[in-house]
Design a protein around this ligand. Structure first.
Ligand SMILES: *Cc1c(COP(=O)(O)O)cnc(C)c1O
Length: 230
């Protein structure tokens, strides 16, 4: 047991509760994914003892090595940029791939999943366009990508994921979260066959409260749980 990790998780859950209540929801409706990149097995086990059920990794190699060392019944999320040639390494071990940002990557995951007789659950990663930067996808483009990915038989789209730009004042990215949330609601309303839009994954240590207020129901927290130099 690591009491700092336990206390951090308690404090994050309390902040999640307050942010959820601000938007008329309850803490139980927000899934907390502990992001364990660069975190040792012993520290991950402490987090699991403190009630963490979902962990997120951003490197294929770390999924592989940690998977063999953690026998606990946990849900594995892949949250990092995924290269197509790494899909085959992790396909057996990941429950939810959150970072599907192109049709080519989706096609590769679909093929590998078919080879394993698996239906792979995924989130479509959207980088919401910001007027100043013209970086990312516009609403129509996101909806089009979701429609195209929905046609793969061995993929199941469970929602959307977004990463906001890193800023010093999280209030600055409120419009980014609001736009992602609007796209999520639009996509749900469209009722695309085979798509079950359950999760809107947005918010990290620096900005999860703003993300929840804007509609996130899944947050991905690393340093807020494990500290900076873990
Ligand atoms: C590292 C990472 C996180 C967690 O970031 P923190 O700021 O440490 O909470 C969340 N999502 C993704 C995609 C990440 O790579």
């Amino acid at each position: 047991m690591d009491s700092v990790i336990t206390d951090n998780i308690k404090s994050i859950r309390e902040k999640i509760r307050i942010a959820a209540e601000k938007s008329g929801r309850s803490e139980s409706g927000i899934k907390l994914v502990a992001v364990t990149k660069n975190v040792t097995i012993a520290r991950i086990k402490s987090a699991i003892e403190a009630g963490i059920t979902d962990i997120g990794e951003n490197k294929a190699q770390e999924v592989l090595s940690k998977h063999t060392e953690l026998e606990e019944d946990i849900v594995w999320h892949f949250v990092g940029h995924l290269q197509r040639n790494k899909v085959k390494l992790i396909i057996d071990f990941v429950d939810l791939i959150q970072s599907v940002d192109s049709l080519r990557l989706a096609r590769e995951i679909d093929q590998r999943a078919r080879g394993k007789g698996k239906i792979q659950e995924i989130l479509v990663q959207v980088n919401v366009a910001q007027e100043e930067t013209k970086f990312g996808l516009k609403k129509a483009e996101v909806l089009q990508l979701v429609r195209e990915i929905s046609r793969f038989n061995n993929l199941k789209i469970k929602g959307l994921m977004t990463i906001a730009p890193l800023v010093t004042d999280p209030q600055e990215v409120r419009p980014v979260f609001a736009e992602a949330s609007a796209i999520f609601e639009d996509a749900k309303r469209e009722g695309i066959p085979g798509v079950e839009l359950e999760y809107l994954s947005m918010g990290m240590t620096n900005d999860f409260e703003v993300a929840i207020e804007a509609g996130a129901n899944m947050v991905r927290i690393g340093t807020g749980i494990f500290g900076k130099a873990s």
